[in-house]
Design a protein around this ligand. Structure first.
Ligand SMILES: Nc1ncnc2c1ncn2[C@@H]1O[C@H](COP(=O)(O)OP(=O)(O)OP(=O)(O)O)[C@@H](O)[C@H]1O
Ligand SMILES: [Mg+2]
Length: 181
C-alpha cells in the first residue's frame, strides 16, 4: 500500500514569525433562564410597543362580537390605554387564568387552527401585556346584575375579582408601561 506524502515542512510551525492566535477563552456556562425573564422576552415579541397592545385589545373586542369599541390613549399609550367594548364579556370563573400565558377560549386542539375564524388564538396577548404594564379588566356577562374588576401583573391576579357596576362588555386599561425589548 502506498501513501502520498507531502513535502516536509521547511521549519517547525512553532518557529515561524507568524503571530500566535490568542488563547481560547473558557466557554461560558449554559444555564436555564428564570421563568420571569423568559416571560418578559416572550412579551416583547407580542407587544413591541404600546400601539401593539391597542391592536391586540381591539382584536379581542372584535372576537368578542362587539359592535362598538372605544379606544382612549394618553402619551402614545405609554401613560394609559383603555379599550372598552360591548361584547359578550368574560366569565367570572375564567378571570383567575385570563392573563396566564397560553390561555384562550379560541383554540383547543391543534387541528382547530385549520378552521379558526377569530383574530387571536395563541392566548398570549393579555399575558404579554401584564409583563410590560399594569392591566385592569372590568367585565360583565349577559344576565348578570353586576360586573367584576380585577388587576393583573406578570400573568397573575393581584387580588380576588371585586364586584362593581359595569356596562355591557369589557373594559381593559393598561398603565405603568415598562420597557419590554
Ligand atoms: N374584550 C374581550 N371580551 C371578551 N373576552 C375577551 C376579551 N379580551 C380577551 N378575552 C378572552 O381572554 C382570552 C385571552 O385573550 P388573549 O388576547 O390573551 O388571547 P387570544 O385572543 O385567545 O389569543 P392571542 O394571544 O392570539 O390574541 C381570549 O381567548 C378571550 O376568551
Ligand atoms: Mg387576543
Amino acid at each position: 500500500m502506498e501513501f502520498e506524502t507531502s513535502e516536509p515542512p521547511t521549519s517547525h510551525p512553532m518557529e515561524t514569525d507568524e503571530p500566535h492566535p490568542p488563547p481560547l477563552q473558557d466557554p461560558p456556562r449554559i444555564h436555564r433562564l428564570d421563568e420571569s425573564v423568559v416571560n418578559r422576552i416572550a412579551a416583547g415579541e407580542v407587544i413591541q410597543r404600546p400601539v401593539s397592545a391597542v391592536k391586540e385589545l381591539v382584536e379581542n373586542s372584535l372576537d368578542a362580537g362587539s359592535t362598538s369599541i372605544h379606544v382612549s390613549v394618553k402619551d402614545e399609550g405609554l401613560k394609559y390605554i383603555q379599550v372598552s367594548d360591548d361584547g359578550y364579556g368574560i366569565r367570572y370563573e375564567d378571570l383567575p387564568i385570563l392573563c396566564e400565558r397560553h390561555t384562550t377560549s379560541k383554540l383547543s386542539a391543534f387541528e382547530d387552527l385549520q378552521s379558526i375564524k377569530s383574530m387571536g388564538f395563541r392566548g398570549e396577548a393579555l399575558a404579554s401585556m401584564t409583563y410590560v404594564a399594569h392591566v385592569t379588566v372590568t367585565t360583565i356577562t349577559s344576565g348578570q346584575l353586576h360586573g367584576y374588576r380585577v388587576s393583573y401583573r406578570d400573568g397573575v391576579m393581584e387580588h380576588e375579582p371585586r364586584a362593581c357596576a359595569a356596562v355591557k362588555g369589557t373594559q381593559i386599561v393598561t398603565v405603568e408601561w415598562r420597557r419590554c425589548s
